[in-house]
Design a binder for this molecule. Structure first.
Ligand SMILES: NC(=O)c1ccc[n+]([C@@H]2O[C@H](COP(=O)([O-])OP(=O)(O)OC[C@H]3O[C@@H](n4cnc5c(N)ncnc54)[C@H](OP(=O)(O)O)[C@@H]3O)[C@@H](O)[C@H]2O)c1
Length: 331
């Protein structure tokens, strides 16, 4: 049992790295200890903002710092595999942003390396740890809304990024499915499990990545999930789980810490009291700290099996829709 403070290294200093640093402030037994960036200037900026004692102008220096316990990888998707392997090779535990890898082959190799090195590895699927998703699953499993017949989940934002930036750049493995469509797909897998069959269509833009993607999962004969992602329009980012007796309605931006309610078929609304802490990214970090303290190399909650289920589903959707990353996929 490791009872000391867990020392975190932050690899990459973009948008999500900032949110994660804010989150770590409310996590017990955790310390933001070092930052690594492609530029010393950006590493220093992050360290100034969050009082991070050490900072480095290369990722290599960060992973070689012998005082760092675990590294949070916050780089574009195309780098998750290389960055994870480098961390593990240098004896660091890893929490890696979603999508874990670009495809199942990369994720399997990352897991094999974690096993070989006996080091912790988890996908940063933060929504899996949020009170609203956990409660929705509990309500469904309790039978309160009856057998689920339809799940709808959308995540569409009008991206203001240029074609060379992360959302649209094929070399960075851009596209809506891997970036934001992963959440609706995850929700359906989490609530209902693996579908019996699915259909999917994507619209592929000028840069070769999917600008929008729609997926329908079918479970047995009676249950469908309708899932959608896009970088071309602003949706209300809604999710609902419809059962025979009633439905669970998430507030807007359902995959973040938001309230949910139950609406029964007769119109009765049942509020669901929930308590939230931090900005929501703290829950996944707390799980990592707990696992490291218990000397575990994977989480029972966001396990390797669950990450493989997710990436294999995304691979299948990509195959069906023709979303192809030439530097990562081998046909
Ligand atoms: N869990 C969530 O809610 C959530 C939200 C947003 C994003 N994400 C995930 O987090 C990852 C990063 O997303 P982000 O929104 O933080 O992206 P971002 O703002 O573009 O930051 C990515 C960072 O990666 C580093 N980087 C290394 N090579 C790069 C390259 N060729 N182009 C651009 N940046 C490069 C840069 O940091 P340095 O310059 O410091 O090296 C950059 O600041 C993605 O995989 C995304 O799916 C997760």
């Amino acid at each position: 049992m490791n009872t000391g403070k867990i020392k975190w290294g932050i690899l990459g200093t973009g948008n999500i790295a900032h949110k994660f640093c804010q989150a770590l402030k409310v996590v017990e037994n955790a310390e933001i200890f070092a930052a690594g960036s492609r530029s010393l200037e950006n590493a220093k900026k992050l360290s100034d903002e969050y009082n991070i004692p050490r900072y480095f102008g290369t990722y290599e220096e960060l992973v070689k710092d012998s005082d760092v316990d675990v590294i949070y990888i916050a780089t574009p998707h195309n780098l998750h595999y290389d960055n994870t392997i480098m961390c593990l090779e240098n004896g660091k535990h890893v929490l890696c942003e979603k999508p874990f890898g670009v495809n199942g082959r990369e994720v399997r190799a990352m897991i094999a390396k974690a096993k070989e090195k006996n080091l912790f590895l988890m996908e940063a699927m933060w929504s899996r740890f949020l009170p609203n998703l956990l409660k929705a699953k509990e309500i469904v499993d309790s039978g309160k809304i009856g057998k689920v017949k339809l799940l709808t989940a959308y995540f569409a934002i009008l991206s203001n990024q240029g074609l060379a930036e992360r959302h649209f750049n094929i070399d960075l493995c851009g596209g809506s499915l891997l970036d934001i469509g992963i959440y609706p797909v995850f929700l359906s897998l989490f609530i209902l499990g693996k579908p019996t069959v699915f259909k999917a269509l994507a619209s592929i833009g000028l840069t070769g990545v999917d600008e929008s993607c729609s997926v329908i999962f079918k479970y047995g004969e009676e249950t469908l999930s309708v899932l959608c992602s896009s970088f071309l329009v602003n949706s209300d980012i809604l999710a609902e789980i419809h059962g025979e007796k009633g439905k669970i309605v998430f507030d807007k931006v359902w995959f973040t810490p938001v309230n949910i309610k139950i609406v029964m078929n007769n119109g009765d609304e049942i509020p669901v009291p929930l308590q939230f802490k931090g900005n929501g990214y703290n829950y996944e970090a707390e799980e990592v700290v707990k696992c490291l303290q218990a000397c575990k190399i994977q989480s029972d909650i966001m396990s390797w099996e669950k990450s493989l289920e997710l990436i294999d589903m995304l691979d299948a959707i990509r195959k069906e829709t023709g979303i192809y990353y030439p530097k990562h996929d081998y046909r």
